[in-house]
Design a protein around this ligand. Structure first.
Ligand code: FES
Length: 284
């Protein structure tokens, strides 16, 4: 039997395109999962065939299977700074250039890596972390993580303390984030919709009310790409719990945040690594 979900529209949220009903099945969820004001992307169109088997791309200097590529949602060609780069391998310099024209110095983009949806976000951490936090200049923040029930899991600082997490150490002001919502697996977006959560603004303290959040349009969950924590998630298929390092969920029905994906620079290209692939299967 096809599993069905009941959507919970929030006040003021846009109605899901093409749906007059709030009950949809898993396939429909996938259809809606990259839903923006402009268009819809499906996992099928990403060519996703089974996560783990696609996570073993070979590193190459010309954008091989390990390359993280831009993904331009249909209809967002004119509204995103990377609108003419669909499936082009992401270069680091492209983010530096885009960040230079942002009033926060941040830049983000939707992407795809080995068939998986990702978000890539540049944060001018190295420059800004030496300024007083009260100046509201974006930087990475490392915080304690707690489960939904309030149980302490760990600290984002473990990134630098635990040798097994070394591949995830933040470098070059940029992070790659696995982009499946921990609520019901839609794909959060970076500034694909305009609201108070996505406006170009940053405030310290991982507060939900300031801007620059990844926003999941399905039920309005928010995630702060500048706040790094350790937290715990659960695989939907087998119930197995696992701890991960990721960005913090700041609001909405998602129980926890989104895991980070380690990456390396290959020349000017951004390439991701499959070191923590078990963290990316919770929606399987
Ligand atoms: S799937 Fe429900 S908020 Fe993201």
């Amino acid at each position: 039997m096809v599993r069905q979900f009941r959507l919970r529209p929030l006040p003021g949220s846009e109605e899901l395109a093409g749906s007059s009903d709030t009950i949809i099945d898993r396939r429909q969820f996938m259809r809606h999962s990259f839903n923006t004001a402009a268009g819809v992307i499906t996992m099928a169109s990403l060519g996703s065939i089974g996560f783990a088997s696609l996570l073993m791309g070979a590193t190459g200097s010309s954008g091989g299977d390990s390359a993280v590529r831009f993904w331009v949602p249909t209809g967002a060609e004119d509204s995103t700074w990377y609108g003419d780069r669909h499936l082009e391998a992401m270069s680091y310099s492209a983010f530096v250039d885009a960040a230079a024209s942002s009033n926060t110095g941040m830049a983000g983009a939707q992407g795809v890596w080995s068939g998986l949806p990702v978000n890539v976000v540049y944060v001018p951490h190295e420059e800004n972390s030496v300024t007083p936090v009260a100046m509201n200049k974006p930087r990475f923040q490392f915080v304690d993580g707690y489960t939904e029930s309030g149980k302490y899991v760990g600290s984002g600082y473990e990134l630098d303390e635990d040798p097994t997490l070394q591949a995830l150490s933040i470098h070059d002001n940029l992070i790659v984030i696995f982009s499946r919502c921990t609520h019901l697996c839609c794909i959060p977006g970076w500034q694909l919709v305009n609201n108070d959560f996505t406006k170009q603004q940053w405030s310290p303290g991982a507060v939900d009310s300031s801007g620059n959040k990844l926003f999941c349009i399905c039920h309005s969950s928010r995630f702060d790409p500048t706040t790094i924590e350790k937290n715990r998630n659960r695989n939907r298929s087998n119930g197995a719990e696992f701890d991960f390092i990721g960005i913090r969920r700041t609001g909405g029905p998602a129980p926890v945040g989104l895991p980070l994906i380690p990456w390396v620079m290959s020349g000017d290209l951004i390439e991701a690594l499959p070191d923590f692939k078990d963290w990316y299967t919770y929606c399987d």
